[in-house]
Design a binder for this molecule. Structure first.
Ligand SMILES: Nc1ncnc2c1ncn2[C@@H]1O[C@H](COP(=O)(O)OP(=O)(O)OP(=O)(O)O)[C@@H](O)[C@H]1O
Ligand SMILES: [Mg+2]
Length: 345
């Protein structure tokens, strides 16, 4: 394996962008309503449950496996948990739990056939663990608009459980990012392949800027942030950390506020399908790169080894930690749950 490219610290570092919005990945072509989403949601989500979202920007890297098994683990230690399948276009969390497609799903809520989200929580085979299916039967429902998103999140904040685990689809669309950003803990998953690492950085960057936009709206920092973006200077703005530094140069108070807020925005990282000692180092390398380039803390929660028990459990239609409780991958899931402060071993 080409570990040189695997451990490359920042995907765009070889060809520094020349500055401007596109160079550092800010998409200004979004509606005001979309931009204010997160600032509004900050007040909407005074959630009773701890919300944990699992994303990663790429499909097939184990997000649903981790989500399902964290849920099963929580139930096994006596916590009440709900899994929310927010992979609206390709919901399959029920399969990881060995269930058929639930009769009701977020479609029923989005189309207002059902008003109370609690009513579409399906029981799973594990006592204490519920599932809200994301299976969508309406094309537009797979891409809910702003007001629908607020509705979903407002109801999620009212769910009477200890934990809500949100399983996200691949990609970096606003709907995926927003579910990620409202969570108390955002877990970024990556597998040790250059494509996955690249997508994880892309996801991180997109989430970072989405959060930044909400903050600049809230505190009227938009003109200064945009001035910095429009006038990148000789060196250009290569990284999000550069952007914050430059804002601070122009407006020390505003810059300090942004830096403080963005520092409160930690990501958790899980490396899945690890096959060699070399690949075990990826998490630490990414953690370091994030501090350097984004100026934010990334907590490497742990690794999950590549383990035949994982795909076998999917075939057996039983959650991994029930199908093979002693498998290496099951032990890793429990360690990750512990690192997330969920209790257990
Ligand atoms: N640690 C592992 N060891 C072996 N196989 C694994 C491991 N993790 C995941 N897999 C395999 O990868 C498949 C895809 O995992 P999963 O469905 O969780 O991915 P995903 O990130 O949710 O994908 P999508 O974005 O398409 O929903 C699993 O069905 C399993 O076969
Ligand atoms: Mg999935």
């Amino acid at each position: 394996m080409d570990t040189g490219s695997l451990y490359r610290e920042e995907p765009e570092s070889e060809s520094p962008p020349q500055g401007g919005e596109h160079a550092i990945g800010i998409d200004s072509d979004v509606s005001y309503a979309e931009n204010t989403f997160l600032s509004e949601v900050d007040s909407v989500i005074a959630s009773r449950a701890d919300i944990i979202a699992i994303g990663g920007g790429k499909g097939g890297i184990g997000k649903s496996i981790l989500a399902a098994n964290l849920g099963v683990h929580l139930a096994s230690i006596g916590k009440k948990a709900i899994l929310l399948d927010a992979d609206l276009g390709g919901a399959n969390l029920h399969t990881c739990l060995g269930m058929n497609t639930p009769r009701q799903s977020l479609s029923d809520f989005v189309s207002r056939r059902i008003d109370n989200l609690q009513e579409i929580v399906a029981s799973t085979t594990v006592p204490g663990l519920g599932l809200i299916s994301g299976a969508m039967d309406l094309l537009e429902a797979a891409n809910p608009k702003y007001t629908q998103k607020i509705r979903i999140l407002r109801e999620v904040s009212r769910l009477d459980v200890d934990y809500v685990i949100i399983d996200l689809g691949g990609g970096t669309g606003f709907n995926i990012l927003d579910f990620f950003l409202v969570a108390k803990r955002g877990v970024l998953m990556v597998s040790p392949e250059p494509t996955s690492v690249e997508n994880a950085y892309r996801f991180l960057k997109a989430a970072y800027y989405r959060r930044l936009k909400a903050l600049e709206m809230n505190w009227d920092l938009k003109p200064i942030v945009h001035d910095v973006i429009r006038n990148p200077g000789k060196q250009g703005l290569r990284t999000p950390a550069d952007l914050l530094r430059r804002v601070a140069e122009q407006d020390p108070e505003g810059g300090a506020y942004l830096q403080e807020q963005m520092a409160k925005f930690p990501f958790d990282l899980v490396v899945n399908q690890v096959r060699s000692p070399e690949e075990e180092e990826l998490g630490a390398a990414m953690q370091q790169a994030c501090r350097k380039y984004f100026g934010i803390q990334m907590n490497h929660l742990g690794n999950i080894p590549y383990d035949d028990a994982v795909w076998q459990s999917v075939r057996h239609r039983r959650p991994l930690i029930m199908d093979s409780p002693d498998a290496m991958a099951s032990q890793s899931v429990r360690q990750i749950a512990f690192a997330l402060g969920m209790g257990g071993e």
